[in-house]
Design a protein around this ligand. Sequence first.
Ligand SMILES: [Zn+2]
Length: 339
Amino acid sequence: MFFTSIIGHEFQKEAIRRASLENRVSHAYLFFGPDGVGKKLVAIEFARILNCIHLSDRIAEKKLETNPCDCISCKKIKKGIHPDVFLIEYGGIKDIKVDQIREEVEDRLYFKPFEGRFKVAIVDEAHRMNLNAQNAFLKTLEEPPSDSVIILITSQPQVLLPTIRSRCQLFEFKPLSQDVIVEEIIKRKKLSHDEAILAARLSGGSLGKALSLDQDLLSERKEIIMKLSNINPNSASQVLNFVESLPKGSSSQDVNKLMFIFYIISLWLRDVVLLKIGFSTDFLSNRDLIPIVSKLADSWSMDNVLDKLKFLEKAWYEAFRGNVNKQIMLENLVLKITE
Ligand SMILES: [Zn+2]
């Protein structure tokens, strides 16, 4: 069966099923939405439906749901070795250049399909194409080779030229609901219900991210909150020691780590706000830290917490602009949060 292993996105899945069965597939699609929600999985499954050797039977029967398909084409696409389906990934490359787009996408699309009905090019992180590459790509979109389907995937559609966006059929992928993520985490990982809720909240609606959060990261969160809530802002050494332990580099590993820490702090401050406005502890993200959160909710005024959140937001914005002195910014942030 198609799409059975993909969680959520019912509307998109149904639209793809129908377009495939009714033989009205567009030449280009833009799948956009947050990272880790399943855009690439849906794109690969789409390629599988289009090239499955049983597709014409299914069109005749007008239904896609059959027994799990293990035809040779479906198998090859699953393994990533089908000659007509290419997934182009540019992990880590900031700037996809025009030559890469020509060689890896355009040149390959202009051949007739070798085995399947369609050539399918899936370009992940399409926003990494530089302006020249996007312009070159636009030409392909204006005169798409026959029997070809292009699927662009991005979390930043605003970075793509409006003319690219307007030539694609747009599919927006929303973050998955917390309940769906919690259910999946419990099915697939050895986490308790409370830990699963926490992972879901920390993931911002991305199942991929939620599944990558293990017990170590969840414990690290606990440690960070406990340390922060014990810092005396009048003790320079305590503040500096904590800042010392934070990642300040510009590698993607450091940046992601710092983003994770900021996110932890924001969820923790939000927990304090929730208690202050009268929500029960069931609504907290950090349910294993209720005594700490309650104590702060009693001692901080509402204005104070909202000020901290505002400061955090500003620091968050500055931290990822790249030209800020992170040491000073983080010292100020820790002082503000612990005062
Ligand atoms: Zn098949």
